[in-house]
Design a protein around this ligand. Sequence first.
Ligand code: SAM
Length: 250
Amino acid sequence: MRIDAITIFPEIFNVLDVSLLGKAREAGLLNFTAHNLRDFTTDVHRTVDDSPYGGGAGMVMKPEPWALALESVLPGEATDTADEDPSLPLLIIPTPSGHVFNQQLARALSHEKQLVFACGRYEGIDERVYEWASDKFRVLPVSLGDYVLNGGEVAVLAMIEAIGRLIPGVVGNPESLVEESHEDGLLEYPVYTKPSTWRDLEVPEVLLSGNHGKIARFRREAQLTRTAQRRPELILDIDPATTNRKDRDL
Ligand code: SAM
């Protein structure tokens, strides 16, 4: 997968050099580039912001550097290969007023050939950029959650990590992706490792029993209890057919 992030702080993305995503980049599974928006300015001060029309606090990101930066990552301009996906690349705009990011969206995005992230700062990007971009990209505003960050970079890092680990080959054992929180609409069951007694605290006995049916039932019940306690709204969203099928298999 090709991922381009446009930002005024490309160094924030240096963390993508390490751990599983660093290895995925080395292995060629993830082709990530951070582009400095200031490289697309034309004035001596490399200005990317200006005061808002209509007044108000803060600054707004100017449209022209964004247009030039976005044009530079379009397939055919930056990478012109015969097997390029004919569909438009997906431009993700991190913003607190976007669709809330979740595991289902991460999974859908993990099938894309190219993702472009436009990291806003200040009060955000001039709205006309999205209108202009909509015939060159599929444009999707996405929020990390109902709070306000200083910039899009941290939100984009979280999204890249959630999406990147779903790309085949990035996580060594694909089984570990299946039994995770939010994959089936529930939170994950509690996990334990050795020693079985630690500071007078015991691992639940059933997990030492070797009885796979009982273990699966224990974990399913723990998932349901934990989800009901911590995120009751998720229980309403799950497909009863899925829950029943899993329980039936035990
Ligand atoms: N004035 C904007 C508003 O009220 O919606 C907030 C601007 S915020 C200070 C600056 C940038 O941080 C945004 O343009 C966006 O890129 C990013 N950002 C802030 N909170 C975010 C969130 N919850 N999810 C995704 N991106 C966020």
